[in-house]
Design a binder for this molecule. Structure first.
Ligand code: ATP
Ligand code: PYR
Ligand code: K
Ligand code: MG
Length: 573
């Protein structure tokens, strides 16, 4: 067995001989003319009929995201700082981590522990809890960022119009045994009047739509029932696969081996409750809105123009959750219209045969990279860690595969929301990511594939070419880091997309952009005010970073900026 395959419990600092440095390379420059920044025209908001009622219920004022403190100098969190100081650039983690915040992790200390453990994005799922609960969580994340210099972004995940069970009147779960008779109904009950083994379903057409003989799958098959009789609003079923029913668990029904989806298709992707949650998210200044059960690109476009109209200055990115058959049918248009995508394997696996999930994951990850959109791989990565302190070997293999595919981010769901070991689960994602990334680099597995052109105008194409060139240069010269100075964040995403072998230090004057960049592969975002004079920006950055011990003389840096369309290779003086 070669040394590089030897197991270690911690990620050891890489040996210096692994990164031969360029002997005496000083400032070769490739200069291109400075180009005018592009202006983006705002389109008018046209809400479809089905959304108009919901939208009219919303407050009329334009909501601005809450103001964030813009610190002086260079803003970076202590965890990144320590990591860079101790381990050097090469060993920083490239794959980002999203943690779902739930009852287990909602207090300030638990959120801080996740941030210290490497959480890049905190996700709140509007399926669960009240807006007040989520508001408290979002504000705690913001306080943590302000007090400790973190750039943890907040992602709000919409409930969507899936069919699901009620909240079991607050019970943690209910056990369905083999052969038991249960009633699924559209009638609602208060806790005192709920008949035994009766579940309310959130969708009025339910009893009309199911047929005797249909199979009812809870959470994609965790519990299974067969419909034996229909009595008015009540659907009588017997349990064929026993298990635990969890509050608000997702329901699908299957007929002759196929998912019944006609009815789902009539529900709006963004329900009236979702619009209220979206308004709440805009008001609270969330960084990402993840849209559940996206079916078409239209809904993404509508949401994006809605956000622009309500909060013109906000930087909210819209993430399309790929978790339905329709989303697969319209995949490219949906991803093109979005600011990123999530492979939401939980619901996806309830809609397509499980054995198709891995190839869909690979396809979505690849397509996102081609279209320059960040992609998150989500659900059941470390499911067993809800209960156990170590993952199964199969789970580690699954995480490794997502890292090997170079997805931008991995996501914890129940593991961090309500599991017993949120910090340990996070540590597993972190160490597996580091190990697999290092393995790829050692095997020189970094990508040299030519990515398709994404830019549609000349200035944008120039930026894109510069980023492709800079990444290739960084790989060939075995640079220590790429520095990118960006006001909008766009060029840093074009660098990230190349998956270069060294990390990318992204300097941006906006706190909100810094948070958004935290979802993207390989970017280490810093907040920094910079001028149009790149020479002085560089000198300032070098001295700030050197003072913090985060870079040292002789480090080879490739520099790109959206001020000056140029690539520079510089040795830190
Ligand atoms: N805010 C919350 N309050 C209470 N429980 C939560 C909360 N957020 C998550 N949970 C619990 O954690 C579990 C996993 O959370 P997560 O949001 O990832 O799953 P999910 O509901 O299956 O996702 P989705 O509905 O987006 O497909 C939930 O089923 C729920 O039990
Ligand atoms: C995350 C999510 O929504 C899913 O996996 O279904
Ligand atoms: K959701
Ligand atoms: Mg889902």
């Amino acid at each position: 067995m070669s040394a590089s395959f030897r197991f270690s419990t911690s990620v050891s600092p890489l040996q210096s001989h692994e990164f031969p440095r360029m002997p005496s390379l000083l400032k070769p420059r490739i200069h291109l003319p400075v180009l005018k920044p592009m202006t983006i025209a705002l389109s008018r908001v046209v809400l479809p009929e089905s959304l108009k009622v919901a939208a009219s219920e919303l407050p009329k004022t334009v909501v601005e995201p809450a103001a964030f403190r813009e610190a002086e100098g260079l803003e970076v969190d202590s965890v990144t700082e320590a990591e860079l100081k101790e381990n050097g650039f090469r060993s920083t983690r490239r794959t980002k981590i999203v943690c779902t915040i739930g009852p287990r992790t909602c207090d300030f200390e638990a959120i801080e522990a996740l941030a210290v453990g490497g959480m890049n994005v905190a996700r709140v799922n509007m399926c669960h809890g009240t807006q007040e609960w989520h508001r408290d969580v979002i504000r705690r994340v913001r306080r943590l960022n302000e007090e400790k210099g973190f750039a943890v972004a907040v992602m709000m995940d919409t409930e969507g119009s899936e069919i699901h069970m009620d909240d079991l009147n607050g019970a943690e779960s209910a056990k369905a045994e083999d052969g038991e008779i249960w009633t699924f109904t559209v009638r609602a009950f208060d806790p005192s009047s709920r008949p035994e083994r009766t579940i309310t379903v959130n969708y009025d057409g339910f009893a009309e739509d199911v047929k005797v003989g249909d199979e009812l799958l809870v959470d994609g098959g965790m519990v299974r029932f067969v419909v034996s009789e229909k009595i008015g609003p009540d659907v009588i079923c017997h349990c064929t696969d026993p298990g635990l029913l969890l509050p608000r668990a997702n329901l699908t029904f299957w007929r002759n081996g196929s998912l019944v989806q006609e009815r789902n298709a009539m529900l709006p992707t963004i329900s009236s409750k979702d619009w209220l949650d979206i308004d709440f998210g805009i008001a609270e200044g969330v960084d990402f809105i993840a849209v559940s059960f996206v079916r078409t690109a239209e809904v993404i476009k509508t949401l994006k123009s809605y956000i622009r109209a309500r909060s013109p200055k906000s930087q909210i990115s819209v993430i399309a959750k790929i978790e339905s058959i329709e989303s697969l049918n319209n995949l490219e248009e949906i991803i093109q219209a979005s600011d990123g995508a999530m492979v939401a394997r939980g619901d996806l696996g309830a809609q397509i045969p499980l054995e198709q999930v891995p190839s869909v994951q690979q396809e979505v990850v690849q397509l996102c990279r081609e279209l320059n959109k960040p992609v998150i791989v989500a659900s059941q990565l470390l499911e067993s860690m809800i209960e156990y302190p170590i993952p199964t070997r199969a789970e580690v293999a699954d995480v490794s595969e997502a890292v090997r595919q170079q997805a931008d981010a991995l996501m914890l769901s129940s593991e961090s929301a309500m599991g017993q070991y949120p910090d340990k689960a996070l540590a597993v994602l972190r160490s597996v990511s580091l190990r697999i990334e290092r393995w790829r680099r050692e095997e020189k597995h970094y990508d040299t594939t030519d990515l398709p052109v994404v830019s549609s105008s000349l200035p944008a194409s120039i930026s894109e070419e510069i980023c492709n060139t800079a990444s290739k240069m960084a790989n060939k010269l075995e640079a220590d880091a790429i520095f990118v100075y960006t006001k909008t964040g766009h060029i840093s995403s074009l660098l990230s997309r190349n998956r270069p072998s060294c990390p990318i230090f992204a300097f941006t004057p906006m706190t909100s952009i810094r948070r958004c960049l935290n979802l993207q592969w390989g970017l280490i975002p810093f907040r920094l005010d910079f001028s149009d004079d790149m020479e002085s920006n560089l000198n300032r950055t070098f001295s700030l970073l050197r003072a913090k011990g985060m870079i040292k003389s002789g480090d080879l840096i490739i520099v790109v900026s959206d001020i000056l369309q140029s690539v520079q290779a510089i040795k830190v003086p």
